[in-house]
Design a protein around this ligand. Structure first.
Ligand SMILES: C[S@@+](CC[C@H](N)C(=O)[O-])C[C@H]1O[C@@H](n2cnc3c(N)ncnc32)[C@H](O)[C@@H]1O
Length: 284
């Protein structure tokens, strides 16, 4: 590499580090209870409405996990935040689930529910009931699902998707990698730009075994969301073509992309999202 190219690379690395550091600073004000309130209550989580976001996401996840092409033992959820909806279908297929998040406040919120102790900021019962219904079970089976989830979550780990190895080497993840990764609304909302989003997708690919699946849900056309009162977190605005290109560029085979377009009633003033994508992909 000649001197000019080297200087340019060093400058790009510095810019990238600055961008990532700015995102870390934004997350210091993240408020799990407020975030849950903004996104995981009606109208966004209205199980009686066909056009509500959360039932759409749960439907995508249910179909992906029950198509018969998922197998193995270990599921890792990347950037769980304070939420559990994203593993309610997967916990029936995989016997070992790792939840992960960058922030201790979110890991604490998850621990409180999983250990069944103390106060949870959201009642996950309607979610558990809804997924039971999708699975053809009685809604009252939700207590069994809750017990199943509590029994299969083996750890809640710190993660940083900007690191080439996002999890600490001491984590109990099999060396061959997980059989499946789920990640919802994480990569685009922690990355300063599209290149960084694509790089993060490549980093988490290292957590997946060859032949394993990635289920990715995220925001389309979003430039910010509120992580708490007065906490405005910038997001990389993505379109469908960029999502597909990033998934492929990071070494996954795209199985399918599904898109949900936000109806007016779902725009509730806590972000400027215009749609949601669901990707099923495979690591060759
Ligand atoms: C928009 S929230 C998504 C939470 C949840 N998965 C959901 O579907 O609602 C983004 C999450 O990314 C986490 N996060 C922030 N920086 C991160 C990083 N560098 N690596 C991994 N996760 C990060 C935040 O703590 C937050 O929980």
């Amino acid at each position: 590499m000649d001197r000019e190219a080297k200087n340019e690379k060093e400058e790009n690395d510095r810019e990238r580090e600055k961008g990532v550091a700015a995102m870390v600073a934004c997350y210091q004000g993240f408020d799990p209870a407020a975030y849950l309130q903004y996104n995981y209550m009606p109208p966004r989580a209205d199980f009686d409405r066909q056009d509500s976001i959360v039932p759409w996401k749960l439907g995508c996840l249910h179909r992906a996990f029950t198509e018969g092409d998922m197998g193995g033992d270990v599921l890792v959820d990347v950037g769980s935040g304070p939420t559990l909806y994203q593993v309610l279908s997967g916990c029936e297929v995989f016997d070992t689930v790792f939840l992960t998040d960058f922030l201790e406040v979110n890991r604490q919120e998850l621990r409180r529910w999983l250990q069944g102790e103390g106060y949870s900021s959201l009642d996950w019962t309607p979610y558990l009931q809804h997924v039971c219904k999708l699975e053809g079970r009685r809604p009252s089976a939700w207590t069994e699902k809750a017990a199943r989830l509590r029994s299969v979550v083996s750890d809640i780990l710190p993660i940083d998707v900007h690191l080439p190895r996002p999890l600490h080497p001491d984590s109990q993840l099999p060396t061959a990698g997980a059989d499946c990764l789920v990640s919802c609304f994480c990569l685009e909302s922690v990355s300063p730009d599209l290149a960084s989003f694509t790089r993060a997708l490549g980093h988490i690919r290292g957590l997946l075994r060859p032949g394993g699946h990635l289920l990715l849900i995220g925001a389309l056309g979003e430039s910010y969301y509120m992580g708490g009162p007065g906490v405005r977190i910038p997001v990389v605005p993505l379109d469908e073509a960029q999502v597909c290109a990033s998934v492929r560029a990071s070494g996954y085979t795209l199985v399918r992309l599904e898109v949900y377009t936000l109806p007016q009633g779902m725009m509730v003033g806590v972000d400027d999202v215009t749609g949601v994508f669901f990707v099923k992909a495979r690591k060759p």
